[in-house]
Write a protein that binds this ligand. Structure first.
Ligand code: ARG
Length: 275
């Protein structure tokens, strides 16, 4: 979910993003094991905030803003005029209706949303996956067509039916401007964190509705590294390609509660990404 009507201006701004527990290699190695690290899980043992990233390193990541100019989701350029995002980002959270394209903007090349750097692109139209009902039921993918091409380098997408990038334990990196902790302070700047793909079992045990065809999970059992509110629609990248879209999660970074991503290999062939 996005940040609703809460804005990026003023002190009330919340919603920043990825957090990172630096609990040592134990956490990373715990990746596939059901038994998590213990002592390191105390909040005071955590270093929240993930790692700073920049749109120089990740030129294809975009911030989506609503009619009030509030950032509410992320997205990924897969061509100069096409942005892959989550279907739920295309919906108005209060009315459930599709957001009017003219209210949306995709901001590229702006690491720090308080600045005026980069470019602001208008959205000409929105394609929402026809199977999308709500994010708990999959098909959480949409494609925005920009009114003008942007100069930032796009990212390649995983191929239809590819399985290798989703093997449990394989590493991926998620990017966004969402919250830095579940209910904590915001980040105005782009952040990212690396997380392993989980097993289907780990995902299903956290989310009974889990559907392995349309979704996958990423995170470590100990928690602490995750996407959070405001990161929806943004990229999960592996091997230099877009493999997932931030979809949903219970809280952020909780133990045994990985983040859920749209399994793009199930949709790549049907996305209208050729202009
Ligand atoms: N739906 C959320 C959003 O609007 C994304 C939540 C992802 N949460 C998570 N714990 N991975 O940004």
């Amino acid at each position: 979910m996005g940040r609703g009507s809460e804005g990026r201006t003023g002190t009330a701004r919340r919603g920043a993003l990825l957090r990172l527990v630096v609990t040592s290699a134990v956490t990373a190695l715990a990746g596939l094991h059901p038994v998590a690290a213990s002592a390191e899980e105390q909040p005071e043992a955590r270093v929240l905030g993930g790692a700073d990233s920049t749109t120089d390193d990740a030129p294809w990541v975009v911030a989506l803003t609503d009619g009030y100019g509030h950032q509410f989701c992320g997205g990924t350029l897969v061509s100069p005029v096409k942005v892959v995002t989550a279907a739920h980002c295309a919906m108005d959270p209060t009315t459930g209706a599709q957001r009017p394209p003219k209210e949306l903007r995709a901001i590229a090349g702006r690491t720090d949303l308080r600045t005026q750097r980069g470019v602001v692109a208008e959205v000409e139209r929105i394609w929402v996956h026809p199977g999308f009902r709500d994010y708990t039921r999959g098909s959480d993918v949409a494609v925005l067509t920009l009114r003008q091409p942007v100069p930032q380098r796009p990212l390649a997408m995983v191929g239809q039916g590819e399985a290798a990038p989703y093997r449990p334990g394989s590493m991926a990196r998620v990017y966004g401007w969402g919250r830095t902790s579940e209910s904590g302070p915001p980040s105005d700047t782009l952040r990212s964190v690396e997380i392993p793909v989980t097993t289907d079992e780990a995902c299903r045990s956290a989310y009974p509705n889990y559907d392995a065809q349309s979704m996958f999970c990423a995170g470590v059992p100990a928690g602490g590294t995750d996407a959070c509110a405001g990161d929806s629609g943004g990229p999960l990248v592996a091997g230099g390609r877009l493999i997932g879209v931030v979809s949903y999660g219970t809280g952020c970074g909780r133990p045994n509660t990985p983040g859920v991503y749209t399994r793009l290999s199930s949709y790549a062939g049907e996305l209208p990404v050729q202009s």
